[in-house]
Design a binder for this molecule. Structure first.
Ligand code: JHZ
Length: 393
């Protein structure tokens, strides 16, 4: 049974940036509540938004926008080539090609329902199917040869229907073929009080415990896990068919499960504790903004992320506190953040003559951003973060 543990209020669609001429229009909003299923340990949002409303030709998020992600995909590609030597790879959710760009065009196929993004890889001559991943599509792609590797990063958590996804994956994989999934870690999310990992697109935030249960139903199992730093702490799961004896199950799997059980990811009480921390985080963050506002300091936002949408709308932080956001994504520039309606401007290096404090919307890229803004920090510029608790740094 799914039991609710967190209510993040009415929220707009996180990636639906608002045009100036539509500022007065009513936005599509939904109740963002999060629950825990004690049968399979799955944490999910309770009300979902249709995929067509979220993932369409106007999708603004590009994986290649940060050095961190480009490097992460490049390093993984090198590792995959060395370790698994795949001859045919399918990526589900290939976005703008940050992963497939690292492979030979004949060896890889992308699946990306957002047409604007699929166009980018098609232009580079990578075979890209601009459709939602499904059994039909899987059959079409693997009609002549099965895949040695199916890869999907930050996509599984966006798809509601496990039955369709995993049956399609099972069909696509060759006998020895493997599946690599990469998604934010629930353990990290709870440890960091990163409640902003929940928004319309993130239907699930997975624990290993939950994923193991889901995979069992489809005769799949995890044989290795890596903890990665991306997106505030993710897990990379290496998965095989249960009857594929080519790979041994590594101790890393057992160890990760132990860690999760030690933290209590199997218990509802853990999630109620998290709820308390989230409420406290909200109070503290609002206080920081109010105090800085009283001092008449100029605050902007840095990185108009989907995650920021949850924070700003849950905490009721709008343009009274944050003058504007900086973002490097051309599609977001000159639009307004959903709900909070804060203007997004084209990024330029932070300058103390214009800004005193920047709220880290893209807290998951803190290291990359701090490197870029070294001079601002050196001269006394400050950042606000809410991770793992609200503070000025
Ligand atoms: P970032 C998106 O979430 C949506 P978001 C999606 N649902 C998901 O799962 C994750 O990605 C993977 C900007 N930026 O990656 C670029 C700067 O301006 O945290 C992006 O707009 N300057 C698919 O939106 C945003 O910040 C910089 O120096 O929460 C980062 O978005 C850097 C590094 C980034 O994902």
């Amino acid at each position: 049974m799914i039991k609710k543990f967190l209510d993040l209020g009415y929220q707009p669609l996180a990636n639906s940036y608002v045009l100036k001429k539509k500022l007065k229009d009513k936005e599509n909003k939904f109740k963002l509540e999060v629950g825990f299923d004690n049968k399979n340990y799955l944490v999910s949002i309770l009300k979902t938004v249709s995929k067509e409303k979220m993932f369409n030709k106007d999708y603004p998020y590009k994986s290649s926008e940060s050095n961190t992600m480009r490097k992460s995909f490049k390093d993984l590609s090198k590792k995959i080539k060395k370790k698994f030597k795949p001859k045919f790879i399918i990526e589900i959710g290939s976005n703008d090609g940050a992963f497939i760009n690292n492979f030979n065009r004949n060896d890889v196929v992308g699946v990306e329902p957002c047409k604007n993004l699929a166009q980018i890889t098609k232009k580079k001559n990578y075979t890209t199917y601009s459709e939602y991943w499904s059994q039909n599509l899987s059959k079409k792609i693997t009609k002549n040869k099965k895949a040695d590797l199916v890869y999907s990063a930050n996509t599984l958590s966006h798809i509601e229907n496990f039955n369709e996804i995993f049956k399609a994956i099972n069909n696509a994989l060759s006998k020895k073929g493997i599946l690599i999934l990469e998604d934010p870690s629930l353990l990290k999310c709870l440890q960091n009080v990163a409640y902003d990992q929940f928004y319309c697109e993130h239907i699930y935030v997975f624990s290993t415990l939950a994923l193991r249960e889901i995979l069992k139903k489809f005769k799949l199992e995890i044989f290795d896990i890596e903890n990665t730093k991306t997106h505030g702490g993710s897990n990379r799961y290496y998965i095989k068919k249960i009857n594929n004896n080519f790979y041994k199950i590594k101790d890393a799997v057992k160890n990760e499960i132990k860690k999760e059980l030690r933290f209590g990811l199997d218990k509802f009480s853990t999630y109620k504790k998290f709820e308390k921390k989230v409420k406290l985080s909200k109070q503290k963050l609002i206080k920081i903004f109010k105090d800085l506002n009283k001092k008449k300091l100029r605050i902007i936002g840095y990185g108009a992320t989907a995650k920021s949408c949850t924070v700003l709308n849950y905490c009721g932080i709008g343009n009274k506190y944050i003058e504007y956001f900086f973002d490097t994504t051309s599609y977001k520039i000159n639009k307004y953040l959903p709900g909070s309606k804060i203007l997004i401007k084209k990024y330029k290096k932070l300058d103390l003559s214009e800004v005193d404090v920047a709220y880290l919307g893209a807290w998951n890229f803190k290291e990359e951003i701090f490197k870029k803004e070294k001079s601002f920090i050196k001269k006394g510029g400050r950042f606000i973060t809410h991770i793992p608790y609200p503070k000025i740094i």
